[in-house]
Design a protein around this ligand. Sequence first.
Ligand code: SER
Length: 314
Amino acid sequence: MILIIGAFGQLGSVLTQKLQIKWGVNRVVASDITVNTNYKGLYEQLDATNYKALEQIVIKYRITEIYHLAAILSANGEKDPLRSWDINMTSLLNVLEVSRTQRIHKIFYPSSIAVFGPNADSVNTPQSPNLTPETIYGMSKVAGENWVNYYHKKYGLDIRSLRYPGIIGYQSFPGGGTTDYAVDIYHKAIKNEHFLCFLNSSTQLPMMFMDDAIRATIELMDAPKEKITVRTSYNLASMSFTPKELVKSIQKYYPNFKITYQPDSRQNIANSWPKSIDDSKARVDWGWQSYFDLDQMTKIMIEKLSEYYSIATV
Ligand code: SER
């Protein structure tokens, strides 16, 4: 039985569906702090900072695998640093402890490009540079990666992790991240609205189409244990682009699409992150390969969101 924590988030909502298809609806328990009355399947409302509540669900459903996707992301994390740290760390430590005591077979923990800071090379950022992030989110992910590695080494927990780039999908909205603009921009283009971008035109960041991100997660979790040589978190890459390049890609469909750049505090966060990532460890260890580039992603985003808003593609 699989438990997903943060099942209604940007990644969670898509991953939950994929896991339902892969394993069967009755083998997946979705949990989230929010309620979604449209959700079809097993569901428990859960605040993952509450250990007892988490433990009860694990026992009730005889959970054997956990995907812990709940977290406060980079931009939101800066609004209340101590609270963000507390939520991100307490929920992870609860997952680790419940996994140790209830003998969970496999756990997934997402990390992020936010673990890197200005002391890491920003182009083709390697797997193990000096990690000095400048956000609470990044700090919590660095600490989290080390906790994950510790539980693996000390207790033999099979916990696996990926450092996701910004994730872009048509199925769900991100919440409170620095890469969120790259999802929002498509919605604005399709609705023929002007887009106000909180990053400047030349801010290059590593990004990934949702389908690649989900496939990476499933491939990592399916890989034989002996192939997993990185027990902190794997660098993971697909494409890198700037807002300006993204606008160009969108303007192939919407030539009149307009953007205004108005950088805010998220610009500082983006400036401290890599431009591109070296993911050769993931490629060598478990055969990672991304499929989608910027223009392929744009085509699908525009098709799917046009359907969603019931607007014919131009
Ligand atoms: N997409 C995330 C953020 O912007 C990075 O992991 O916070």
